[in-house]
Design a protein around this ligand. Structure first.
Ligand SMILES: NC(=O)c1ccc[n+]([C@@H]2O[C@H](COP(=O)([O-])OP(=O)(O)OC[C@H]3O[C@@H](n4cnc5c(N)ncnc54)[C@H](OP(=O)(O)O)[C@@H]3O)[C@@H](O)[C@H]2O)c1
Length: 230
């Protein structure tokens, strides 16, 4: 089980925290008393959140900004890093595939999480929870991720994120790396027909994280605890 910080409350870092699933995760973490460092491109959007929420600007497409984040956070111990930010890219099928779009999606959805893990590892080692939760997607599963849409870049990026996370779990047993599929969630990305209310998905994800042990590192589960086939 993810252990709490020494003063009894966790410090949680969440990427893409200004809207969508990230915002719901932020609110639920703040409500249970966590200190939340909310990484986002629009810190002003979090002005009304409670005092334990600290908005920190970060564009995950900006490699230099990611590499500079450790300096900006100083030696702050971090218990839990939730890598939630992602983009969908072109959705028009093979006809719309382009190098620029694929590179942009891979930068935010794969390179960003890898670099963020690297720069925040010392902070995670200084914390108690030592957990990195990657918000992936069933869309990146070879076995379960085929639907009739045109999302080549997004699906490839989530498959790559899954492998990157498996590799992190293999290489770095000091941290617990979780891959979590949030469901088809009622956010801008999920669209108007999505099934899972964002608060329900966020609650499930936080439950999965709280129940996880180091033996779960490298596993891929849904927000409600079911394994996802690779
Ligand atoms: N919704 C679904 O049905 C669904 C299904 C499976 C998996 N997921 C995954 O769940 C996670 C959250 O998705 P969501 O539904 O909340 O999506 P969303 O509504 O589109 O929100 C995406 C979030 O990512 C942030 N973001 C995008 N590009 C960024 C960048 N370059 N730098 C920093 N932040 C950036 C956005 O910030 P801005 O406000 O600055 O744009 C926003 O906070 C994603 O990893 C997604 O792949 C979602």
């Amino acid at each position: 089980m993810t252990s709490r910080g020494t003063e009894g409350r966790q410090t949680v870092v969440i990427s893409g925290a200004a809207r969508g699933l990230g915002r719901a995760l932020l609110r639920q973490c703040a409500a249970r008393g966590d200190r939340v460092i909310a990484l986002c491109r629009r810190p002003e959007a979090l002005a009304g959140e409670p005092g334990m929420v600290e908005a920190v600007w970060l564009d995950l497409a900006d490699e230099t900004a990611i590499l500079g984040l450790a300096d900006r956070l100083g030696g702050t111990p971090i218990d839990l890093l939730v890598q939630n930010a992602a983009i969908r890219g072109a959705t028009g099928g093979l006809a719309e595939v382009s190098g620029a779009d694929l590179a942009a999606v891979m930068a935010v959805n794969v390179l960003g999480p890898l670099l963020l893990t690297r720069v925040l590892r010392p902070n995670l080692m200084a914390g108690c929870g030592r957990t990195v939760a990657m918000i992936s997607s069933r869309a990146g599963s070879m076995a379960e991720g085929l639907d009739p849409d045109g999302d080549y870049a997004y699906r490839c990026s989530k498959a790559a994120l899954n492998m990157a996370t498996r590799k992190l779990a293999y290489d770095d047993p000091a941290l617990t790396f979780l891959l979590l599929h949030p469901g088809w969630v009622q956010t801008e990305m999920g669209g108007p027909d999505a099934e899972v209310p964002v608060e329900v998905s966020a609650r499930g994800i936080l439950e999965r994280i709280a129940l996880a042990t180091s033996a779960d590192s490298g596993t891929f589960r849904t927000w409600d605890g079911r394994p996802v086939a690779w």
